[in-house]
Design a protein around this ligand. Structure first.
Ligand code: PGA
Length: 249
């Protein structure tokens, strides 16, 4: 089964509104011919500007986090209806930096993923093992545990609308990229877990993230179970990001 490649730019805490606008204006002509899904994940403050500039193009916009409640006393948080109102289509959930620095738990994700789906936002759920877990041979167990908890409240039909990103923590922002074999193995493991949940596992897009660059993207993306990439550092430069989109074919 052929799945449409999915290439996402995770800007993290980078780019002002002016910088975001400039990036999009440079990127759009470079990717005009792509058949892939191209997704840009700006910080909250630049969401509206990116949404406005990408109208009429294939670019989708994702937020980097979301609270599971629709409104309430949650200072500093943003809800799904607020994102939907802006015409945002997707949301990154469970990025390892949120798990590591902001106390994001699998239990919270078990509430956030269904909340995003209910609001018609496409969740991009991130999972991945630490270096110690990989060295200890626990990669598959960690992925399975994260997926089982994070997706516990999602029924098999809705599950096919979730995008899953395999992001080994040891490869994020380190320049240390997983080998194509490691990426393939982990993404295949994720697909198996999803299949066991009764979902249409062949439809689900599974991405690799962690030091993806123009020079290594093609080889990683050629793996049968790797359907795309979640790109951090290299997605800050529109030329580099466009080259990665191109590598997806
Ligand atoms: P990186 O980040 O490409 O800079 O390693 C990836 C990510 O955190 O999504």
């Amino acid at each position: 089964m052929s799945r449409t490649p999915y290439i996402a730019a995770n800007w993290k805490m980078n780019k002002t509104v002016a910088e975001a606008a400039q990036f999009i204006d440079t990127l759009l002509p470079r990717i005009a011919a792509t058949q892939s899904d191209v997704v840009v994940c700006p910080p909250f403050t630049a969401l509206a500007a990116v949404v406005e500039r990408r109208y009429g193009t294939a670019v989708k916009v994702a937020a980097q986090n979301m609270h599971e409640e629709e409104s309430g006393a949650f200072t500093g948080e943003i809800s799904a209806p607020m994102l939907v109102e802006l015409d945002v289509e997707a949301v990154v959930l469970g990025h390892s930096e949120r798990r590591q620095f902001f106390g994001e738990t699998d239990e919270a994700l078990a509430r956030k993923v269904p909340a995003a789906l209910a609001a018609d936002l496409e969740p991009i759920l991130c999972v991945g093992e630490s270096e110690e877990a990989r060295d200890g041979g626990e990669t598959e167990a960690v992925l399975e545990r994260q997926l089982q908890t994070d997706l516990a409240g999602v029924d098999p039909v809705a599950l096919s609308r979730v995008v899953i990103a395999y992001e080994p923590i040891w490869a994020i922002g380190t320049g240390r990229v997983a080998t194509p074999e490691q990426a393939q193995e982990a993404c295949a493991c994720i697909r198996d877990v999803v299949r066991l949940r009764g979902a249409a596992a062949d439809q689900i897009r599974i991405l690799y993230g962690g030091s993806v660059k123009p020079g290594n993207a093609a080889e990683i993306l050629s793996q049968p179970d790797v359907d795309g990439a979640l790109v951090g550092g290299a997605a800050l430069d529109p030329e580099d990001f466009a080259a990665i989109v191109e590598a997806a074919g």
